[in-house]
Write a protein that binds this ligand. Structure first.
Ligand code: BGP
Length: 501
């Protein structure tokens, strides 16, 4: 089903069904799961693939940051090199997704598998052929791929060449890559997302000690200082590139739909002090809305222009950029949701912090946190969905959500991950509430539907999957796949279109 169809169906489910006690979700709701190439594929130097930024990132933990080592160190573990080897297990994995009933599978393409240095004129055929096999396999199982063009990686050679997205020439290299994908996979992939969690580029470094390598995600060199002006310049280039993808797709392939992808985390005022309210609003602007406003509305909002003026930030733009942004607005809105946090204007309250998905903040006394300090807030998801819908009125997909937790394997091989089921159930319940509120929610792809490498820490033990993978932090493991309790639970959720939780 396509997104435009889903808009009609979603309305139908409210107007015609009336009784929504059965399932709040529209017929054809896109249930599935999400992954990213650098955390999942492995085969980092196979079949002509070039070195990407994650390939030179060491492992880490919640306490010890990952490091970027442009020269690989003997004896050091680089988690992306093998990851959980989707490259050689894709048929088995997709069959397992199909067994759960997935309608959609979110994955990303590894840029350096297609253009090893990012600068070649011609793509690496072996890389394209791999993705073609994957998409064909998805379709053979009745699963629609949802593909992120850039998920926290780029060919490392582009970092050396132009400091990644700081250099305007990166747009040209990216467009050659994106056009290659859209042309080659026309008819096989309908749903594309441009940049994963693009808004992490607003203020990533220093926000979380465990994300020591995050500068690499935006493509900046690890040895260069983090300057806000550079970050916003790099973001501008990504906005233009994203809009160019939308323009190209709409002109060449009217059936293709392109979405944005933002990290969304409510920033609650700690108290009803009006100063806290204003602070919450400005944090929401900066972290949650700015990038989406550009990608959905096609122009820079007033609050960011003020921020630039008052902070001496000058973003260099070319004459045609404004028009490109206006013409390249996205077709649907997607986001990741894991947690929320608080903000306070009172310095005495600012020390009580909690970790989080890139953006941590002040602890919320009403919420509990995961072992990694991410505060669990299902009601915040309903609130977020309403806020996003009220602001943009675009079809919405939640393309990441889940609980990172350690799993115990019993002697008989079973894995009783009731904590994961509880987390997901409470979030799906709030999604249903949001749909009843009138939100046009069309799909849900929980993160790490199969265990994979953690983006923030490089760990394996921080697991999200319905499917367990025998792979450990020290790099050992057979890579064997097995079903957790949540696998059987999610299968029922999909079968009942979200009615049986
Ligand atoms: C998001 C990223 C994902 C993913 C997820 C969970 O920010 O888009 O790539 O990894 O967070 O984070 P982590 O792996 O750090 O637990």
């Amino acid at each position: 089903m396509d997104v435009r169809g889903a808009i009609v169906l979603a309305k139908g489910s409210i107007d015609e069904r009336g009784d929504m006690t059965v399932s709040a979700f529209c017929d054809g709701f896109l249930w599935g799961g999400a992954t990213a190439a650098n955390q999942y594929e492995g085969a980092w130097d196979v079949d002509g693939k070039g070195v990407s930024i994650p390939d030179i990132c060491t492992g880490g933990s919640a306490k010890v940051s990952k490091r970027i080592t442009p020269e690989l160190e003997e004896g050091t573990l680089y988690p992306s090199h093998e990851a959980v080897d989707f490259y050689h297990h894709y048929e088995e994995d997709i069959a397992l997704f199909a067994e759960m009933g997935f309608k959609v599978f979110r994955m990303s393409v590894n840029w350096s598998r297609v253009f090893p240095t990012g600068m070649e004129e011609e793509p690496n055929e072996a890389g394209l052929a791999f993705y073609e096999r994957v998409f064909d396999c998805c379709h053979a199982h009745g699963i629609e791929p949802l593909v992120t063009i850039s998920h926290y990686e780029m060919p490392y050679a582009l970092v050396e060449r132009c400091n990644g997205w700081e250099g305007r020439e990166c747009i040209e290299h990216f467009m050659r890559y994106a056009r290659t994908l859209l042309d080659r996979f026309n008819g096989k992939v309908k749903y594309w997302l441009t940049f994963n969690e693009i808004n992490t580029g607003t203020r990533v470094p220093g926000m979380s000690s465990s994300l020591g390598t995050i500068k690499g995600y935006a493509g900046a060199r690890a040895d260069l200082p983090d300057l806000p002006a550079v970050r916003f310049q790099a973001l501008h280039h990504q906005f233009v590139a994203s809009a160019e993808v939308v323009r190209y797709a709409h002109a060449a392939y009217p059936d293709i739909l392109v979405g944005n992808m933002a990290l969304f985390a409510p920033m609650y005022p700690l108290t009803c002090d009006p100063h806290d309210m204003l602070l919450s609003q400005s944090e929401m602007h900066m972290l949650n809305w700015f990038c989406s406003d550009v990608q959905v509305r096609g122009e820079y909002p007033g609050y960011i222009k003020r921020y630039f003026r008052e902070n001496g930030i000058e973003v260099t733009m070319e004459r045609q950029d404004e028009q490109v942004l206006r013409e390249g607005t996205v077709d649907f809105f997607t986001f990741s949701y894991y947690m929320s946090c608080c903000v306070s204007s009172n310095p005495a309250k600012q020390a009580d912090t909690t970790g989080g998905n890139v953006f941590g903040g002040i602890r919320n006394p009403f919420l509990k946190a995961s072992e990694w300090g991410w505060q669990v807030d299902p009601e915040g998801l309903r609130w977020s969905l309403n806020e996003i819908w009220d602001r943009y009125q675009l079809p919405i997909m939640i393309v990441e959500n889940g609980l990172g937790a350690k799993d115990e394997v019993e002697e008989d091989g079973s894995i009783h991950d009731q904590y994961r089921i509880d987390y997901l159930r409470s979030h799906i319940q709030q999604m249903a509430e949001a749909v009843k509120d009138g939100v046009n929610l069309i799909g849900y792809t929980p993160w790490g539907c199969i265990d994979l490498v953690s983006a923030s820490t490089g760990e394996m033990k921080k697991r999200y999957g319905f499917i367990y993978v025998d792979k450990h932090d020290d790099g050992t493991g057979t890579l064997a796949r097995s079903r957790k309790d949540s696998f059987y639970w999610y299968k029922k959720v999909i079968e009942s279109n979200g009615a049986e939780l």
